[in-house]
Design a protein around this ligand. Structure first.
Ligand code: SAM
Length: 265
């Protein structure tokens, strides 16, 4: 029997996804709201880390959707706010992005432990869960509100193999060598600390395990998405290799996104 919290989360999500007679504005595909950086929690961003920061990151002028923070020449995008949940669940997304092709391409073992990192509303979490009936999907996000949506849906759907973890901006908080595959879809470009995140994911991955990075193709100017929400293959490989990942291949199965597979050496 779903709890009241679960039902409340689902009602919230249903409301966000769209209700034709509702007065509440639904964010458009063009303008999902972004998180004010301060609200990500100064507590998660200790001073010592700030001092170290200059080693990897540079500050510059922020572009319209950017943070003014640069990693390996790439400006980091702003974090999408949980109030934009409707945008993640937009009805035409499946046609645009073909998540069915994406999850098939992962070729998951039925007992795999998969981390859906930057899970948002769980758009991928709940597509992965049936593929690993003997395994687990760990949905990680830094916004508690996103995880509440996932918890609510997991309870209502009886998805017993879905767990949630509240990460920080530098660490997903996963146990060492506990994960077979980490999937990051449309989220990496907004990680404020990509270097630390990629290193922490590597620590959490079993030897031979994979990181799968899915980002809109930055090489293709015809793809209708904000520039900072895209990534070129070369840039993604540069950043992942700098954190100790080995590039395996770009599985070219998606209409608009790269599906980049890396392995823990
Ligand atoms: C654009 S949403 C994508 C959500 C989901 N992957 C999807 O494709 O529907 C990006 C998500 O990444 C999360 N995020 C940003 N930085 C993060 C970090 N360092 N660790 C975990 N999640 C993060 C945000 O809170 C947001 O929910």
């Amino acid at each position: 029997m779903p709890s009241r919290l679960a039902l409340a989360s689902l009602v919230t999500l249903a409301g966000l996804i769209g209700c034709s007679g509702c007065a509440a504005p639904v964010p458009t595909a063009e303008a999902p709201p972004v998180v004010e950086p301060e609200s990500l929690g100064a507590a998660q961003f200790p001073r010592a880390r700030l001092a170290e920061d200059g080693v990897f990151y540079e500050e510059g002028e922020a572009s319209r959707d950017g943070t003014g923070r640069f990693y390996m020449g790439r400006e980091i995008a702003q974090v999408m706010d949980h109030r934009g949940a409707a945008w993640l669940e937009r009805p035409d997304r499946a046609r645009q992005e073909r998540p069915d092709l994406l999850v098939d391409a992962l070729e998951l073992a039925p007992d795999a432990v998969v981390a859906d990192l930057g899970a948002g509303t769980g758009y991928f979490t709940f597509r992965l869960a049936p593929l690993v009936p003997l395994g687990t999907v760990i949905a990680v996000d830094i916004q508690r509100e996103m995880l509440q949506i996932i918890e609510g849906r997991a309870e209502v759907e009886g998805a017993a193999n879905v767990e949630v973890v509240l990460g920080t901006i530098t660490d997903p908080g996963l146990d060492p060598e506990s994960v077979d595959v980490t999937l990051i879809v449309d989220a990496y470009h907004e990680f404020s600390h990509p270097r630390e995140m990629l290193t922490a994911i590597r620590r959490a991955t079993r030897p031979g395990g994979q990181l799968v990075l899915v980002e809109y193709r930055g090489e293709d100017p015809t793809i209708p998405i904000k520039r900072l929400h895209t990534m070129t293959e070369a840039q993604a490989i540069r950043e992942a290799e700098a954190a100790g990942w080995r590039f395996v291949e770009n599985r070219d199965v998606l209409p608009q996104q790269h599906l980049l597979v890396f392995e823990k050496p």
